[in-house]
Design a protein. Structure first.
Length: 97
């Protein structure tokens, strides 16, 4: 789930990295950047954000799962599946959340 979250929520970082690389190479930044030409950047940012969630997200998940919303294992897995599907579809359709 954190990988898909990184692909969706990491759009700010993805854009900054793409702009930086165009500038570093001395290229003019096109008005419409084709993301499929830079898919490795999306994967890179997604992996970095997944590691960040893995390292620091446990406290947040435990707090939400235990203190704010009462989730048992069944509810938690269905919540994760629904979130993954929503973020994946939003990413495919280029819908920013």
């Amino acid at each position: 789930m954190s990988f898909v979250h990184g692909a969706q929520d990491g759009q700010k970082f993805i854009g900054i990295i793409i702009l930086y690389l165009y500038t570093l190479k001395g290229l003019n930044v096109p008005k419409n950047i084709i993301i499929s030409d830079n898919i490795w950047i999306v994967i890179f940012v997604s992996i970095i954000m997944a590691f960040g969630v893995r390292i620091g997200g446990k406290k947040i998940v435990e707090n939400i799962g235990k203190n704010i919303i009462e989730l048992d294992n069944k509810k938690a897995i269905f919540s994760d599946i629904a979130t993954i599907l929503n973020l994946f579809i939003a990413s495919i359709l280029r819908i920013s959340c």
